[in-house]
Structures are given as structure tokens and as C-alpha cells.
Design a protein around this ligand. Structure first.
Ligand code: FES
Ligand SMILES: [Fe+2]
Length: 368
């Protein structure tokens, strides 16, 4: 299903569903990023609230990840305050109950040592893929082939991949996904870094394939945004600029962006893949992990490429933390503070978020 956003009438049936504000529930049967793999060293217990549930991650002795409820079945102490003991068990710090990677209570050190049924805890499906620990918290089969393709994180040389980024955002994940899918805000929020005069006049296109929504923009012969001038040799001060961002329901996104010489194939230019991973922490807070991977690298030399790697990481962190986050968090606060039911005035540029919301509405029904 393809559509030029400029042709979408705000009052058309497709726009009838307002962007989500608060839902009060989550899609559980989906893959979310629990942690970057590097956030889970062997021998550690790492707590993380996901979909409002306390989860503790750890690695088994064979190195594979595991995750169980981070709340002891006895007196509800966080197990992440405890210790990893031999046999891939987590020992509660309070009275020493031990839980296996499957959540089952394996040892009660207090005589007579019986283990009540209520002592067993839920565990979660986890898989390590593309330098991340993915978690599935629903009860339907967890199929790792449903994880979106972030293989560029594994196949590209490390010198072209920015450090794994993390921000805690005080806003619902849908507001952040809407921001990422909304290419029109770039000119206003990220002028100079990612935006350039003229970009707002570009055509924005919307496509849907299954539960994947892609918004793309192409603009001919403009001043190359600062980020891409830095990544290109001389002669790329002007050219065609392009961005395409895909949202994989419910909350992971992959962007491809770059610049090339006017009228040349996009692949002849240079740019990066942007990895955006949103994991709902609560209804009003989100774990936001991100990274970038350069494609068709044109600059030479390790020293130069390391400088560019660092700079891309810094600029993107600045864009998210100092430019996007304050707006999204303020938006969330206004929404929460409203004493009346909010009905947003929809513009043609909202077609992407509206399409996503329709998919989320269906997935929420299927999730029950
Ligand atoms: S609270 Fe965990 S063993 Fe008592
Ligand atoms: Fe942004």
C-alpha cells in the first residue's frame, strides 16, 4: 500500500484514528530490546523494568542470556540485589531462596526445605542477536525470525559503528516512534545537523508492508546537511538528500539516510543506517537505545574514520537528548496534565503515525 503523504486528506477515513496518547496496556507478544549485549557482562544481575514488569537479566555459565521476574516469590525483594550462584541460579539476598534460569525455585535452605508451588517465578524468552539481548514477554511462541534485521551491526567494521547509545525518555514509546517517523520535524528541530533549508519542500512517501510502515523523503539538489558533508569528500556540498525510516511494530525502527551528487544513484553517495530501539519501561517512560552504521564509506584512514565515528555518535546523541527529548517529554507532560480528552488536529504529515496506530490497535486486540 503506497501513498504520497502530500496527497492524504486530513479528514479522510485513514486519518480518522487519532495518534495514541495513552493506552494503559502493552503488546506483550512482541520482541523488545532488553539490553545491549554489552550491558550484560558475565556474572552480573542487571535489572530493567519492561512493560511495567521488573525483570532481571543474567548470563548462564554457557554465556547465553536469561531473564526472570525480578521479584522474589517469598517477600518480593528484587532478586537483582542478590547473587548468581553455581548452577545458573539467582540467590535472593534476603532469605536465600534460589531460582533457576527458567524461574523455578530450586532450593529452599530453610528446614525442612520444601518448595511451595507458589515459590516458582515467571521467566521470559530471551535471545542474543545483532549485539542486543531481545526479550519476549507474551505467552505466544517466541519466534526469533520475527526480530527485525539489524545485521548491519554485525557485518560492518567496528570503526564504522557508533557506540551503543542509551537514553531514558520520560514519554510513552508511541510519542517517540511518532517523532522518528515524522521526517517533517527535522527542519525545525534539527536544523543544521540533519536538516537544511529546502528539505521541508520535499515529497514524503508512505508505504505499508504487513506490520512495517516506511516513510521516505527525497529532495533534489539542496545544500547537503552538515552530518553528511562531514562524511563525504569535497564536492558533496550540494546534492540530493534522502531518508527512509521503517517502523517494525510495535517499537523498533531502522533508518537509512544519506546524500549523493545531484541526479546520481543514491548508492553512489554516502550516509548511515540509524538503529532506533524503543522499549516501553512504563506507560510514560521508555528505554531508547540507538546506534548508527555508515554505508558506502568514502573517507580514508583509521584516524579520520574514528573521528567521524565519534562525531556521528555525539551529534546523534545531541539531536535525541537535547533536541527531540525535551519536546517529546514536554508533549507528554501536556497530555498528562490535560483535564479534557485531547483530539489532535491532524495534518497530512501525520499519515505515518496514524497508520502505525491502526496496526497497534489490531495487535493489541490479537494480543489478548
Ligand atoms: S524475600 Fe527472597 S527469600 Fe525471602
Ligand atoms: Fe528528531
Amino acid at each position: 500500500m503506497d501513498q504520497a503523504i502530500g496527497s492524504t486528506k486530513p479528514d479522510s477515513p485513514d486519518m480518522a484514528a487519532a495518534p495514541a496518547v495513552e493506552r494503559g496496556r502493552f503488546i506483550k507478544n512482541a520482541w523488545y530490546v532488553g539490553l545491549w549485549a554489552s550491558e550484560l557482562p558475565a556474572g552480573t544481575l542487571v535489572p530493567q523494568t519492561i512493560l511495567s514488569e521488573p525483570v532481571v537479566f543474567f548470563r548462564k555459565q554457557d554465556g547465553t542470556p536469561a531473564a526472570i521476574l525480578d521479584r522474589c516469590a517469598h517477600r518480593f525483594v528484587p532478586l537483582s540485589m542478590g547473587t548468581l550462584v553455581p548452577g545458573d541460579r539467582v540467590q535472593c539476598p534476603y532469605h536465600g531462596l534460589e531460582f533457576g534460569a527458567d524461574g523455578r525455585c530450586m532450593n529452599n535452605p530453610h528446614p525442612p526445605g520444601t518448595i511451595p508451588t507458589a515459590a516458582h517465578l515467571p521467566s521470559f524468552h530471551v535471545v542474543e542477536k545483532y549485539s542486543m539481548i531481545w526479550i519476549w514477554m507474551g505467552d505466544k511462541p517466541a519466534d526469533p525470525s520475527l526480530i527485525p534485521d539489524y545485521s548491519c551491526l554485525e557485518t560492518s567494521p567496528a570503526i564504522h559503528i557508533t557506540d551503543p547509545g542509551y537514553l531514558s525518555i520520560k514519554a510513552n514509546y508511541e510519542l517517540i516512534a511518532n517523532n522518528l517517523l515524522d521526517l517533517s520535524h527535522v527542519v525545525y528541530v534539527h536544523g543544521g545537523i540533519l536538516g537544511s533549508p529546502g528539505l521541508e519542500q520535499s515529497d514524503i512517501k508512505l508505504e505499508t508492508h504487513g506490520d512495517v510502515v516506511t516513510v521516505s523523503r527525497f529532495v533534489k539538489d539542496v545544500e547537503t546537511p552538515g552530518m553528511f558533508q562531514m562524511m563525504a569528500p569535497e564536492g558533496y556540498e550540494r546534492g540530493d538528500s534522502f531518508t527512509s525510516i521503517s517502523w517494525y511494530a510495535p517499537s523498533n525502527l531502522l533508518l537509512k539516510t544519506g546524500s549523493c551528487k545531484t541526479g546520481q544513484p543514491q548508492e553512489s553517495g554516502t550516509g548511515y543506517w540509524g538503529i532506533h530501539l524503543l522499549t516501553p519501561e512504563t506507560e510514560r517512560t521508555t528505554h531508547y537505545r540507538y546506534s548508527a552504521v555508515r554505508w558506502n564509506v568514502m573517507t580514508q584512514g583509521d584516524e579520520k574514520n574514528e573521528q567521524i565515528r565519534q562525531k556521528i555518535g555525539e551529534l546523534r546523541t545531541f539531536a535525541f537528548a537535547d533536541q527531540d527529548a525535551p519536546i517529546i517529554e514536554a508533549q507528554q507532560r501536556r497530555i498528562v496534565a490535560s483535564t479534557t480528552k485531547l483530539e489532535p488536529a491532524l495534518l497530512a504529515i501525520d499519515a505515518g503515525p496514524v497508520r502505525c496506530r491502526r496496526i497497534l490497535d489490531r495487535l493489541l486486540l490479537e494480543d489478548r
